[in-house]
Design a protein around this ligand. Structure first.
Ligand code: GRF
Length: 211
């Protein structure tokens, strides 16, 4: 199905980044966005928990933060609405899940249709879910990598924006392989968020086109 293209704004694209952990992907975006030619700026960082390094990194860069914890809401749908409202209040052109360990609900997906993207440390459709690096090692693959994709209602099933391969070493454990994947993932994320911000994009069936 062909949906309307998302055109670049006449100002830098407004990007909200969602995080749950260390925030090295976030840091890469913040660093890239210090260059006005990059075409995007991080206007807010949202999280599902307090006390994570990613929130400290956002504060260091003077970027506003917000936290919506699932446990603070009577039901998941109420959390989803609260996350949607908080995110929408920053009027993002693009929302990036960068190590955000929550599946959002339909209200969020509808509000940010085609504008919510996720970076995943495996070559989808292999190894979706919460432990892709562990699962890839357990399977014994010799090549893994990372995937940037538009988020849809499934778990890591949305249209692919970009992928990069990373070789698995014989001595790799989960931590060493994940670190090497993350180095490639950061570059992939920075490149494609910048391209999308500067050129716009469209989602046509399973294909994401950046002109
Ligand atoms: C990335 O590999 C991301 O794809 C995964 O968690 C990692 C986040 O790393 N879901 P960081 O918190 O940005 O350092």
């Amino acid at each position: 199905m062909r949906r309307p293209a998302i055109r670049p704004a006449s100002r830098p694209a407004r990007v909200v980044v969602l995080v749950s952990g260390t925030g090295s992907l976030l840091a890469a975006l913040l660093d890239a966005a210090t260059d006005p030619a990059y075409g995007a700026r991080v206007v807010a960082v949202g999280a599902d928990r307090h006390g994570i390094a990613a929130l400290d990194r956002a504060r260091q860069a003077d970027v506003p933060t917000y936290v919506r914890k699932v446990r603070d809401f009577p039901e998941r749908a109420a959390w989803d609405r609260a996350l949607t409202e908080a995110t929408a209040s920053y009027e993002p052109d693009l929302v990036v899940s960068a190590g955000f360990m929550k599946i959002v609900g339909q209200v969020f997906l509808d509000r940010f249709a085609d504008r919510y993207i996720n970076s995943h440390p495996a070559l989808l459709p292999s190894f979706p879910g919460a432990h892709p690096v562990r699962d890839a090692l357990a399977y014994g693959v010799q090549v893994s990598g990372c995937t940037l994709h538009v988020v849809d209602a499934g778990v890591d099933t949305g249209p692919v924006i970009a992928q990069r391969a990373v070789e698995v070493g014989a001595d790799d454990d989960e931590a060493s392989l994940h670190e090497r994947i993350k180095a490639v993932e950061r570059a992939m994320l920075v490149t494609h968020v910048g391209r999308m911000a500067r050129a716009g994009w469209s989602v046509e069936g399973r294909r994401v086109r950046i002109p």
